[in-house]
Design a binder for this molecule. Structure first.
Ligand code: GTP
Ligand code: MG
Length: 195
């Protein structure tokens, strides 16, 4: 599946503009700058399919990518970023929450957690929303290349602890580094085999 084409479809800023719900989709959610767009690029093997940037708040729309004929990858705006003007941040957050709670064809939400930081309270808010909406989510640890093995283990303990209170959590975590390619093949297999 990932050997074939993956093309940008559209960026949307309102629920009404979402593409027809005619195929399975998976989305990538997480705090601003956690590495959502970079992960989509790593998965698809394309350097700049999704626009990544050092500046938090880079992705401001819900971006749809068609992976093969029957799947969408969905890049979401980040949450927890307070630097942009308040009305704008509120608009993104409304859109993000509306999407996560109301998209029927959403098979799994990958929630990205920075391996240096673990689960924060803004993440908890999103995880709770996913529980309530009965959307299965799977945690993907990002930027694993930035921490030592010992630090990874400590953060993993914290994350596993935090997930215990979330019924919608898929039990297995995936440790990734978009920079080094770690965990990317595992994640491709998960996306490709979701029915
Ligand atoms: P927003 O769209 O602003 O919410 O951010 P995002 O979650 O899409 O993050 P993005 O992919 O734009 O990456 C943010 C920064 O982290 C960029 O400077 C990336 O190069 C860097 N980054 C992403 N993944 C990795 C990784 O695995 N390792 C390292 N070292 N840096 C990474
Ligand atoms: Mg982004």
């Amino acid at each position: 599946l990932f050997a074939g084409p993956c093309d940008f479809v559209k960026g949307v800023t309102t629920m009404e503009a979402l593409p027809p719900a005619d195929r399975i989709e998976v989305c990538f959610a997480g705090r601003s700058n956690v590495g959502k767009s970079s992960l989509i690029n790593a998965l698809t093997g394309r350097k700049a399919l999704a626009r990544a940037s050092n500046t938090p708040g880079r992705t401001q729309e819900i971006n749809y990518f068609a992976l093969g004929p029957s799947r969408y990858l969905v890049d979401l705006p980040g949450y927890g970023y307070a630097e942009a003007p308040k009305p704008i941040v509120e608009r993104w957050q409304r859109l993000l929450k509306g999407y996560l709670a109301g998209r029927q064809t959403l098979r799994r939400a990958f929630v990205l957690i920075d391996t240096r930081h673990g689960v924060k309270s803004v993440d908890e808010e999103i995880l709770t929303l996913l529980d309530r909406s009965a959307v299965t989510f799977q945690v993907v640890m990002t930027k694993a290349d930035k921490v030592s093995q010992a630090e990874r283990e400590a953060v993993l303990d914290q994350v596993r602890g935090a997930l215990k209170k979330h019924p919608a959590a898929y039990p297995e975590l995936v440790m990734t580094s978009s920079e080094k390619g770690m965990g990317i093949e595992t994640l491709r297999t998960i996306v490709a085999t979701l029915g």
